[in-house]
Ligand binder design. Structure first.
Ligand code: SAH
Ligand code: SF4
Length: 333
């Protein structure tokens, strides 16, 4: 798909044209401009000549059929991955990428090992949602209900395009997904958190925490040297004070690294005065550097936190057999 020229083509058109075109692509899910019969033949020809609608992709499906991963080739040949997770009760979540690669270099993350190749445009972010919207329509399944920015890349390093895409995902003329069903996850870019605090549309915020002190976080997430723990937590406190929304902190359990009861104790201190915060314990998906914590260790860790008043959840992992789980996305081909 290539919509790079779309904005240029729309510049000379009346504003309602833009709405019609975006609606045709993202709501009516057309795959050929000839299906957009409300547009003039002449305009359709222009669109056909410069804006392609086919998505170049390869699909991988997990054994239990609940997870699908698409490797999408962008118009310049770069590749990104996106994942669909089907939950019980008819909910389905698309996990989207916002960059090719990521410059943050978190040591546990496969995307981080790639470094940054480039930011995605808003249409390239939407293309991922569109891929699965078309697939579900073909299968006559229920529409996508949730979107998480937990694929490749750091959303707050591509803030403008991410929020442009979010507004379209939310738009009734496009995917029409409620802001409460959209989540953005960051490794802790303070300016991004502050900008999100001021957005008129409130989407959910997740913070990749992964360590309870600066020393360990510096080691796991180099970005902590630029945005130390206290600064990140203060930015989240401002977000909560302004929006009264719950914030999810993500914590990967790494064997012998961040899973001691001493770490749990430090977390309790961090969360003591933070009432609208939840801690999500995540199983580490092997990327070569660490091992996942033993189930008994996770249980003891969780138990300690809960008895000391921290609200803890555990994430069910999807699609490990097709390398579609968190932190495993990297364009291998
Ligand atoms: N860059 C953003 C969003 C993408 S990563 C961020 O870091 O928050 C989405 C989530 O997957 C983050 O919480 C990230 O820390 C986590 N993750 C990265 N590598 C992982 C791995 N190997 N196993 C489990 N989760 C991982
Ligand atoms: Fe980038 Fe997030 Fe991976 Fe860190 S965890 S390298 S911020 S994608």
């Amino acid at each position: 798909m290539n919509l790079n020229e779309l904005d240029n083509l729309l510049v000379d058109e009346k504003p309602f044209r833009a709405k019609q075109v975006l609606r045709a692509i993202y709501k009516e899910l057309i795959r050929d401009w000839d299906e957009a019969t409300n547009l003039s033949l002449e305009f359709r020809k222009k669109l056909k000549d410069s804006c392609t609608l086919d998505i170049d992709s390869e699909l991988f499906v997990s054994d239990d059929n609940n997870t699908c991963k698409a490797l999408i080739t962008l118009s310049d040949g770069k590749k990104i991955e996106t994942v669909l997770m089907r939950h019980e009760g008819g909910r389905s979540t698309v996990c989207v990428s916002c960059q090719v690669g990521c410059p943050m270099g978190c040591v546990f993350c496969a995307t981080g090992k790639m470094g940054l190749v480039r930011n995605l445009t808003s249409h390239e972010i939407l293309e991922q949602v569109l891929f699965f919207a078309r697939m579900l329509k073909d299968k006559e399944e229920k529409e996508i209900t949730n979107i998480v920015f937990m694929g490749m890349g750091e959303p707050f390093l591509n803030y403008e395009n991410v929020f442009k895409a979010i507004r379209m995902i939310n738009d009734g003329n496009c995917f029409n997904i409620g802001s409460r069903k959209i989540s953005v996850s960051t490794c802790g870019v303070v300016e991004g958190i502050d900008m999100m605090t001021k957005e008129d549309m409130q989407v959910n915020l997740s913070i990749s925490l992964h360590a309870p002190n600066d020393e360990l976080r510096n080691e796991l997430m180099p970005i902590n040297k630029q945005y130390p723990l206290e600064k990140v937590l203060e930015a989240v406190d401002r977000y909560i004070a302004e929006t009264s929304r719950k914030v999810m902190y993500e914590y990967i359990m790494l064997k012998g690294k961040n899973d001691s009861l001493e770490c749990a104790e430090q977390l309790v201190k961090l969360f003591r005065k933070r009432s609208l915060s939840m801690l999500n314990l995540i199983v580490y998906n092997p990327t070569g550097n660490f091992e996942p914590s033993d189930p008994e260790t996770v249980k003891a860790f969780k138990n300690f936190l809960e008895t000391h008043g921290v609200f803890v959840t555990q994430r069910y992992e999807f699609g490990q057999d097709i390398k579609a789980a968190c932190g495993q996305l990297a364009s291998r081909k």
